[in-house]
Write a protein that binds this ligand. Structure first.
Ligand code: EZ4
Ligand code: CO
Length: 409
């Protein structure tokens, strides 16, 4: 099974996606997600200009060898652009191998370890009334675990809460990458946030009861001692996890947080390899690994990381916001179904228009996701439909403190 062509498809049905499309001499097509939110064209160029020429003519069955070639052979290692590009290749090769074997990918990864993947949805609101409506809406849709984000009085709209909203759009639809112009600027005030968030979880628990798993994303904004305080203040509300409480690159910061709170911690959606997690996992500083297949070197890269996590009692919590394409989401579901240390899967459904380009076989029912039983990933890309949605520049927001200082967004 030789790779005959390696084509990079950049398309924007609702938002930008980068997809690697490999074709083989026996006529199979393999897809891999290479979407890096707000920096899409860097990965597209990495793939088109530097990786595609290395792939043509190679044996598509040699997945580990290709992974090592791209990782070691580039000399320059790790980092989000490189690891996202490697992921696109790796997932496309797994898709091809599973198609050649005539099996859904999860069968090649060891078969199903569970019936379906517990998913969490994103509820948000500018106040508790909007938030409660959003939670009810998610419960009606079948979600059995819910992430809670809310505006902060005096700060206005913040991460996780929509500030720009199209007419007729659902109030809790949240897409941080804005396609009009440059980055929007949001304000931030950590003290106001620390005062407000525990009162919101108190209200949510008294409205929705003790049973519902609740999550929250701190989005990198606290110092370790502030995060320790929030973790402690949230203990009465029994969170499933507190995510990205401190800036992720400082692995040792979580030592201090851990000393002070038993609130479970999740981190790592901006990390890109197993090497970025050594302190976090060896010292058992995290409970959940937020890395996605798409940003962590594919199935091969993320499986290596999740095996290390398993040794240290940590479980998966794969990033699944809309910047993971339908291809990347399918790959996540096949891997999550197969591994033992699955924890939970983030799930933000794509807008309907995305379905004009990507046809998927995965399904969401009774709170659980399942990749389906088609051969390979179970995703098709309609290339001519993709051409109808040209790339549109989009930037993630930035955050500034009241005095104008740039803060972590
Ligand atoms: O900000 O996907 O947990 N989810 C998140 C996301 C990220 C965006 C950035 O690309 O933190 O909303
Ligand atoms: Co997050």
């Amino acid at each position: 099974m030789r790779i005959e062509s390696a084509e990079v498809v950049v398309t924007s049905p609702g938002r930008n996606f980068v997809t690697l499309r490999l074709t083989t001499d026996d006529g199979l097509v393999g897809l891999g997600d290479g979407t890096l939110n707000g920096r899409e064209l860097a990965v597209a160029s990495y793939l088109r200009d530097h990786v595609a020429p290395l792939l043509v003519g190679r044996d598509a069955h040699r997945i580990e060898d290709t992974w090592q070639l791209l990782h070691r052979g580039a000399y320059w290692r790790r980092g989000p652009v490189t690891m996202t590009a490697i992921a696109a290749v790796d997932v496309a090769l797994w898709d091809l191998k599973a198609k050649a074997a005539g099996m859904p990918l999860y069968q090649l990864l060891g078969g199903a370890s569970r019936n379906g993947l517990l998913a969490y949805g994103h509820a948000s609101g500018r106040d508790t009334e909007e938030l409660f409506d959003s939670i009810r809406h998610h419960l009606d849709e079948g979600f059995r675990a819910i992430r809670v984000q809310i505006s902060i009085p005096g700060v206005g709209s913040v991460y996780g809460v929509s500030s720009v909203r199209a007419a007729g759009e659902r109030a809790d639809h949240y897409e941080p990458a804005v396609r009009a112009g440059l980055s929007i600027e949001e304000g931030w005030d950590t003290r106001a946030y620390l005062r407000h968030v525990p009162t919101v979880f108190e209200a949510v628990r008294s409205e929705f009861g003790a049973e519902l798993p609740l999550l929250h994303d701190g989005h990198h904004r606290m110092t370790p001692i502030q995060a320790a305080r929030l973790g402690r203040d949230l203990e009465p509300y029994d969170l499933f996890w507190l995510e990205d409480c401190t800036p992720t690159e400082d692995q040792e910061a979580l030592r201090l947080v851990r000393q002070h709170t038993v609130t479970p911690l999740a981190i790592g959606e901006v990390l890109s390899s197993v090497w970025d997690y050594q302190t976090l996992l060896r010292e058992r500083l995290v409970d959940f690994v937020r890395s996605s297949v798409t940003h962590t070197g594919g199935i091969t890269g993320l499986r290596r990381l999740l095996n290390l996590a398993a040794l240290h009692g940590a479980r998966s919590g794969m990033h699944g916001a809309t910047d993971i394409s339908p291809v990347g989401m399918a790959a996540a579901l096949h891997l999550g179904l197969a591994i033992h240390n699955f924890g939970i899967q983030e799930y933000m459904p794509h807008p309907d228009v995305t379905g004009a380009v990507f046809r998927t076989s995965f399904a969401f029912a009774n709170g659980l996701l399942h990749p389906g039983d088609e051969v390979g990933l179970g995703v098709d890309l309609d290339v001519s439909a993709a051409d109808r949605f040209p790339y549109e520049p989009a930037y993630l927001p930035v955050a500034r403190l009241a005095d104008g200082t740039v803060h972590d967004w």
